[in-house]
Ligand binder design. Sequence first.
Ligand SMILES: Nc1ncnc2c1ncn2[C@@H]1O[C@H](COP(=O)(O)OP(=O)(O)OP(=O)(O)O)[C@@H](O)[C@H]1O
Length: 216
Amino acid sequence: MSGFDLTGLTASFGGERVIGPLSLRVKQGEKVALVGKSGAGKSTLIRLIHERVNRESSLVPQDLGLVNALPVFHNVFMGQLDKHSTWYNTVTLVRPFSRDRDEVRKLLKELGMSEKLWIPTASLSGGQRQRVAIARALYRNAPVLLADEPISALDGPMAHQVMELLRERFATSIVALHDVEMALKYCNRIVGIQDGQVALDETSDRLTASDIMSLY
Ligand SMILES: Nc1ncnc2c1ncn2[C@@H]1O[C@H](COP(=O)(O)OP(=O)(O)OP(=O)(O)O)[C@@H](O)[C@H]1O
């Protein structure tokens, strides 16, 4: 699977509906940007999609979900925990296999931080931590990427490098982005969320930044 057709997506907090009911069909090869103002429901929608396509997806959550006490290597390795036996994962915790070390180092190099392989994650900057979560998603190598503001802590050149990498490595993606220009540049479909509903759904080549700004 690398496309999906989800219907009946809903979420409520304290009895208040914040998403849906909403349907979303994403075809293989589509790079979807979720846009909309803060509180519109983008993160909640990504969580709902992840619940439905869990094992088929690589997730970069907004809070990153890193284990601070562990080095960068182990946080990235977590992307493939469910692909190995308990024995393999336990050995890796103490003494990682060279094949995995090399693979993780190579990914980190593409993200400009190979020298951080054995550094405790807690000691990294915000942008470095974000890149660890991105490396974990790349290492998981699932058919669908689900990412919630994956470049919010990165400087300009690194933000472009990461978006390029994600576009190249994942056939299908849904990425919540605040930066409208980045959404238009790296995604081929724009889905605008307003009050938990789809308020805009159009291919990028038919939109300008000002069309999207009407959502804000
Ligand atoms: N755990 C929660 N408990 C209560 N309300 C929540 C919770 N999570 C989200 N909400 C509410 O749901 C709505 C949608 O939130 P969500 O985080 O999905 O928005 P968003 O579009 O991702 O915002 P942002 O761009 O600021 O990340 C908001 O009104 C928010 O207050």
